[in-house]
Design a protein around this ligand. Structure first.
Ligand code: BDP
Length: 686
């Protein structure tokens, strides 16, 4: 194939003694069941072993030869007699629906059992064992019992049917071309393998903005082709979902209205659902961007979001489908002169009153922050605010506002902070991670949705190192207790190099990168300052006098938005008491969010002892310098990286350095000119 297989690109294990030990175990694969998941698991193990160890394992359906135990990997369901022989009731008890157990059998050295309750688990188990050997972990004493912490682990593709990808930085869509569904199913299969290997169990394949041809994806015009995609994904435990246009009954059904309480509209959606499930029996459901950024929604018909979502949910319920309803709803035609309206408050104001009104199979999808995927935002107050509603956290893997896969920005560090944020909804330890894994409020559905960073580029993600973001998203959605550092290290060893010096260098680069990006872009949580529309590169006032509700309001004395309850927009009051109090005052507000919550004079002294204006200068000089250091580090490990990858990444670092300098100079000059205050260290500001 002419593209990378990322962390599934198996090169032969170079550690001879380890390979020897491993060879004994992997020379046989015993597949107990006959179902398609067992087949997938076996096929994956076989492919991996053949490349990693250097020979093709024997695959048999038979159990052990007579009473003579042999060595090998047994793959099967925990209800099979052979598996039950080795796995205790206690272990089976611990398994969830998608979980798996991997266990070396003490009494029978050289025998490893992979078992699960249902098929998905077997595939996850196989990939987990492959990872285990890629990382050269012990195979003589393995004992892993693993379950995903979240039920829904979804990717959202913002792919359009003409083959473009909204906010995509890795080439064209892998799903659509020329208004048709792709027939390059080989690549789709490899994509399914990559996703399954990191635990993803659903993909929404089209953009949340549903226009033109994409409106018709839910009709027989496209369902036949979509069914073929679904077949490929199904084998890997992944369901497909579609974004829909709320006004479809008008566009497709030629009805006069799309009012969710209208009998004909209700009937139309029920029939549509029935048709979809005839083609795709395990169709996941709908993703809906309604009444948001010019997309139609229930407001148009005088109804609310619960009316809209519940009507669709009823249509999907008989088939086990769900409705994922986005909370990214705000006024995008705001007058910038109006300083009372605060976009940050919109989602909570709209959805909090609807808490408890949504059907069982509706899940609200909430962006991690109240605004829109900025490099630094407070956590959305809807987490912890909604107590009786299923919810997914929406993260943006594609780097729209974080460097567009030109600049390095490892996002797991940011995501981890978000997940660790304590909402105090039920007192201390009510962290976001327990909201999204469903344990805090006992939700039926919950989990993660990530806006995919994947496209048809050879390396899938534009920047080779941006693969780490996709990898990390899957890992955290599976188990939020992983640390960003261990995820980075694992990815690096599996996908790039296993030289210890190179690995540690890359891990350190990844771990620093988010902070570096933050330093040279918009300061202290204020956000934006980006070039309008493209969102790459600086334009400090680019959105300042526009209708999008994203303002910094810098003048010659101060910058920032007062969102306190006492004197500002009141946004801080949307949090539970502890957090509301923390954000309310300048003294206790975390400094990295200072300008998000407060309007601060330039001579205000920060904890570092520097004034705000000096802090802006310092971080921008540092950020640009640190971007150069990233490149220097990369150059140091040249010998350990495949040549084409090395060159590709080097070229990205050169562009990042230019971008960082531009940000530094534009931002520093802007504030120097506004304030007339020079840099106290006398560095050059233009
Ligand atoms: C914004 C993007 C826009 C998306 C929107 C969304 O700029 O392209 O359509 O988010 O999430 O960040 O719906």
């Amino acid at each position: 194939v002419d593209y990378s297989l990322c962390w599934l690109e198996y090169s032969k294990i170079d550690d001879e003694p380890y390979r020897e030990k491993l060879s004994k175990v992997v020379k046989n694969i015993i597949a107990v069941g006959q179902d398609k998941f067992t087949q997938t698991a076996v096929e994956e193990l076989k492919t991996a072993v053949t490349s990693l160890v250097g020979f093709e394992p024997e695959v048999s359906k038979e159990a052990l030869c007579g009473d003579n135990p042999i060595s090998g990997i047994i793959v099967g369901n925990v209800t099979d007699a052979l598996i039950m022989k080795y796995i205790s009731d206690d272990e089976i008890q611990k398994l969830d629906e998608e979980g798996y157990v991997i266990k070396s059998v003490k009494e029978n050295p050289g025998l490893v059992v992979i078992g699960s309750k249902n098929g998905h688990g077997l595939v996850y188990g196989a990939f987990s064992f492959i990872k285990h050997i890629q990382l050269k972990r012990d195979v003589e004493e393995v004992h892993i019992i693993d379950n995903p912490k979240c039920k829904l682990r979804l990717l959202n593709h913002w792919d359009n049917m003409d083959g473009t990808v909204e906010r995509g930085y890795a080439g064209r869509s892998i799903f659509f071309c020329d208004n048709k569904v792709t027939n390059s199913l080989g690549r789709i299969k490899d994509y399914a393998r990559l996703l399954s290997s990191i635990g993803i169990n659903g993909v929404v394949i089209n953009n949340v903005n549903v226009n033109k041809n994409a409106i018709w994806l839910i009709t027989p015009k496209y369902l036949g082709d979509l069914a073929k995609l679904a077949d490929v994904f199904r084998q890997y435990g992944i369901k497909i979902y579609l974004s829909i246009n709320f006004a479809s009954p008008i566009y497709i059904g030629k009805l006069k209205t799309a009012d969710p309480l209208d009998e004909d509209v209700i009937k139309w959606w029920k029939e549509t659902a029935k048709t979809i499930y005839e083609y795709i029996p395990d169709f996941g459901g709908f993703l809906v961007k309604a009444d948001s950024e010019f997309n139609p929604g229930p407001y148009k018909f005088g109804r609310d979001h619960a009316d809209g979502a519940n009507m669709l949910a009823e249509a999907l319920a008989p088939y086990g489908g769900i409705v994922i309803w986005r909370c990214f709803v705000y006024n995008c035609t705001q007058d910038w002169r109006d300083t009372k309206t605060d976009r940050a408050k919109a989602a909570y104001d709209i959805f909090k009153p609807l808490d408890g009104k949504f059907a069982e199979n509706v899940v609200l999808q909430v962006k991690y922050g109240p605004m829109d995927f900025q490099v630094r935002e407070p956590v959305s107050p809807l987490f912890g605010g909604l107590e009786r509603t299923n919810q997914l956290i929406e993260l943006q893997i594609t780097q729209e506002y974080t460097g567009q896969q030109i600049d390095l920005c490892y996002l797991a560090t940011m995501w981890k902070e978000v997940l660790e944020f304590d909402t105090y909804a039920k007192g201390p330890e009510s962290k976001v991670k327990y909201v999204v894994d469903g344990t805090l409020f006992n939700n039926k559905y919950s989990g993660f949705a990530g806006v995919s960073n994947v496209g048809s580029d050879k390396n899938w993600t534009g920047h080779w190192l941006a693969q780490a973001n996709l990898y990390a998203f899957g890992m955290l959605a599976w188990d939020h207790s992983f640390t960003p550092e261990e995820i980075a290290r694992e990815w690096c060893v599996r996908a790039l190099t296993n030289d210890p010096f190179a690995v540690e260098t890359i891990v350190s680069m990844l771990m620093r990168s988010w902070r570096v990006y933050e330093k040279y872009t918009a300061p202290l949580g204020i956000g934006w300052m980006v070039t309008p529309h493209t969102h790459y590169g600086p334009s400090v006032d680019g959105y300042e006098y526009s209708k999008w509700g994203t303002y910094h309001r810098a003048d010659t004395k101060a910058i920032g938005i007062d969102r306190s309850v006492k004197s500002g927009t009141g946004f801080a009051g949307q949090y539970h008491r502890e957090n509301a109090a923390m954000f309310e005052s300048m003294e206790t507000c975390p400094e990295e969010l200072l300008l998000f919550f407060h309007r601060v004079p330039y001579d205000y002294v920060l904890k570092s002892g520097e004034t705000l204006i000096q802090h802006i200068y310092n971080t921008h000089f540092e950020g640009a310098e640190e971007a150069e250091k990233l490149k220097e580090d990369w150059v140091k490990i040249k010998d350990y990286i495949r040549k084409d990858i090395y060159e590709d990444v080097l070229e990205r670092f050169n562009r990042q350095i230019e971008n960082a300098k531009e940000w530094r100079d534009v931002v520093n000059s802007y504030f120097y000119r506004k304030t007339g205050i020079p840099d106290k260290y006398g560095r050059k500001i233009y």
